[in-house]
Structures are given as C-alpha cells and as structure tokens.
Design a protein around this ligand. Structure first.
Ligand code: NAD
Ligand code: GLY
Length: 350
C-alpha cells in the first residue's frame, strides 16, 4: 500500500492507495473517527459494484450502517439531492460524531462532502474515490460543492476528510471514457510542475497506482501551503477556467475531465499566441491530451463562453486569475480584467 499524508492547516489525514483497500474501510473509519453510525453515499452505477463490500467492512468493524443511492451524473450535485441527503441523515438521527462515506467519483465526493461539512455544522467524512479523477484530485484537499442552475460549484465549503481510501481495484470497472477524463487532471499536474511525469505519460511507462501517488503528492504539497485557494492552490485550476465555461455551456454533456482537457488546450493556444509559451510546448501538451483520447477543441464561440466565464469563482475584485503555462512543468498565475479575459478566450479557440 502507498500512503501520502495531507497536512492541511485544518486537519491532517492519510490518502491510502492500493489494491483491496475497500476491505479496510471499517478499520479506517474506526481508527480515524469516533463514529457509531456510518452512512455510505454512492451513485447508482457504483453502489451495485462496491456497496456491499463497503457495508460489509463497516459492519465487520462493529459500525451501524445505512446507505443512500443517488442518480449518476453531474445533475446530482444539486440543491435537491443535497437536501435529500441532509434529511436522510436527520431521519436516522445522525449525530456530530457519526460518519459519512462518499463511495464514488467526484460527483458523489463533492455532494457528500458538502453535506458532511454542513450537517450539524460538520460530521466526520471519509472519501473512497472510485474514478481516476476523484483519486488524483477531487477526493483530496477538502473542496466540496454543489452546482446551481447558474453555474458549477457555486455553493460549497472547504472541509477535509478524515481519511481517503483509494482502492485501485475499483478502477477496473471504470468505463474507458471516464478513465480518459481522469487523465486530463493527471496531465494537469504534469504541465504544472512535473516534466518527468509528462514524459512517463507520453511513454505510457507509469502504472496507475504510481500515477495516483505522484498526483496526490503534488496536490498535498499545494493544499498544505494554501488550503483556502488564495495563492498557490489557484494553480490547480489550470485548464479549469475555460474548461468550466465549456462544461456548463455543453449542459454537462462533456465530462468534467474532457472540459478540462479542452480548457488546457485553449490556454496553451492563447499563451502561445501571446508569446508566453513556445509552440513546441503547446503542441506537446495538445498531443499528450489527444494521446489519452481527450478532446482539445470546442464548437462554442468566445461570446457563448464569456457569460459563463463571468460567473467563475476565480473572478474576484474585477480580476480573473488565469493559469498560464510558460513551459511544460512551469505555469504562472496571471490576473486579468474581464476585457482581457475575452481576448484570452478568443485566442484560445483556434
Ligand atoms: P463522476 O463522479 O460523475 O463519475 C463518473 C461516472 O463513472 C459516473 O457515471 C459514475 O457512476 C461512474 N463510476 C464511478 N466509479 C466507477 C467505477 N469504479 N466503475 C464503474 N463506474 C464508475 O465523475 P468524476 O469525473 O469522478 O468527477 C467529476 C466531478 O468532480 C465534477 O463535478 C467536478 O466538478 C468534480 N471535481 C471536484 C474537485 C474537487 O477538488 N472537489 C476536483 C476535480 C473535479
Ligand atoms: N481541483 C482544484 C483544487 O482542489 O483546488
């Protein structure tokens, strides 16, 4: 088993990565929380695959259990299912010392995490990521959120889990399109600061558990420095500023990772046009995204994407913080006005 410690200012916890770890869920909850009751929250695709193993492990550790199965897909990260989850906990008399387990991808983790952050002002929470994207990104670092019809992740909290258990066996059942979407976030870490990872991904010479550990180490270092996203953590939004606009505009027919891939390609094209990134580096990033079967173009115009961009949480004080690649392995944060953001958006399209 591999293990990475996240030393966030609001809490320290382990991210355990390896085969067969679902069987250790009950022991992990016992070790890291004071829970007597544990609710497993999972999507309709994931629960039939891994729900029984999760519940069995929790019951084997002497915990009282219940489960809530929600529809799959981004649409579940909404006020209605958030309310349903809070009422589910209240009806079962969950107290502050009980525990929520998010078993699934980033949708389940973000929703369950936000419910855990707010139910009785915060109950224990364990992440069991079952997608590559959740393993390398969303399950680590404590960002929890739901969407509003007006935009993505508009309501949320920073709330760290007590433990992250990444059982790499669960990735075996992940559809190929979802696996590829996860690689968009993996490529993000490589472009941000890891040329060796970039090369290994290009050669396809790195196994999934090592990919996950490498990415989690990068994320843990950034979260330890800037848990609340006011400085270095903004770098993790590489590809997300334009990506979120594309994702919302597509009415979530594009997966999050696919949209991040498009956003990453767009910011590379724009940085190149503005003389900040060498054409060879732009081409290398776009080629790597394509090698993982990820999209790099969008049909939407700058005008169509701009309205959504203005809602972005990264807009503050009239400035949007763009994450601009300067080379493979080096990016910088560039605050721009709304008017400048439009020119970046246009430059990213072709
Ligand atoms: P997802 O949660 O929608 O899961 C993808 C699909 O795969 C779903 O249909 C799910 O049912 C299915 N699935 C999950 N695990 C499976 C498995 N092992 N076998 C078979 N099917 C499986 O998508 P995602 O890509 O994991 O997460 C995307 C979400 O994460 C977005 O809402 C995004 O905003 C959020 N996100 C959050 C953060 C953060 O820091 N909190 C970071 C990145 C992304
Ligand atoms: N996924 C971006 C972050 O955690 O900050």
């Amino acid at each position: 088993m591999r293990s990475v410690t996240v030393n966030a200012p609001s809490g320290h916890y382990a991210v355990r990565i390896g085969q067969g770890l679902l069987q250790t869920l009950g022991a992990g909850v016992r070790e890291r929380t004071k829970a007597r009751k544990c609710a497993v929250i999972a999507g309709e695709n994931v629960f039939p695959l891994y729900g029984a193993a999760a519940l069995e492990s929790l019951q084997g550790a002497g915990l009282e259990t219940c489960s809530l199965v929600l529809p799959a897909g981004e649409g579940t990260k909404c006020l209605r299912h958030y309310g349903e989850l809070l009422e589910f906990l209240a009806e079962r008399r969950f107290t502050r010392t009980d525990c929520l387990v998010a078993l699934g991808g980033g949708v389940t983790g973000d929703l369950a995490g936000f419910a855990a952050a707010t139910y009785q002002r915060g109950i224990a929470f364990v992440q069991v990521p079952t997608t590559l994207l959740a393993a390398v990104d969303s399950s680590v670092g404590g960002k929890t959120a739901i969407d509003l019809p007006q935009g993505k992740n508009q309501v949320g909290a920073f709330y760290q889990p007590a433990l992250v258990l990444c059982d790499t066996d669960t990735l075996q059942t992940l559809p190929a399109r979802e696996l590829a979407a996860g690689y968009a976030e993996v490529i993000k870490y490589a472009v941000l600061g890891d040329p060796a990872l970039f090369k290994a991904l290009g050669d396809k010479s790195i196994e999934p558990a090592e990919v996950i550990e490498t990415c989690v180490r990068h994320k843990a270092a950034i979260v330890a420095e800037d848990e609340r996203d006011t400085g270095a953590r903004r770098l993790l939004n590489l590809g997300h500023t334009f990506g979120h606009a594309v994702e919302s505009r597509s009415a979530y027919t594009l997966l999050h990772g696919e949209a991040v891939s498009v956003g990453t390609a767009m910011i590379c094209r724009a940085a190149c046009k503005k003389g900040l990134l060498a054409p060879a580096d732009r081409d290398a990033v776009i080629a790597l995204l394509r090698a993982y079967d990820l999209p790099t173009e969008t049909k939407y115009s700058a005008a169509e994407l701009y309205d959504t961009l203005l809602l972005d949480k990264k807009f503050s004080g009239g400035r949007l913080h763009l994450i601009v690649p300067r080379a493979v392995g080096r990016c910088e944060i560039l605050p721009v006005t709304a008017e400048e953001a439009y020119t970046w958006l246009e430059a990213g399209l072709r």
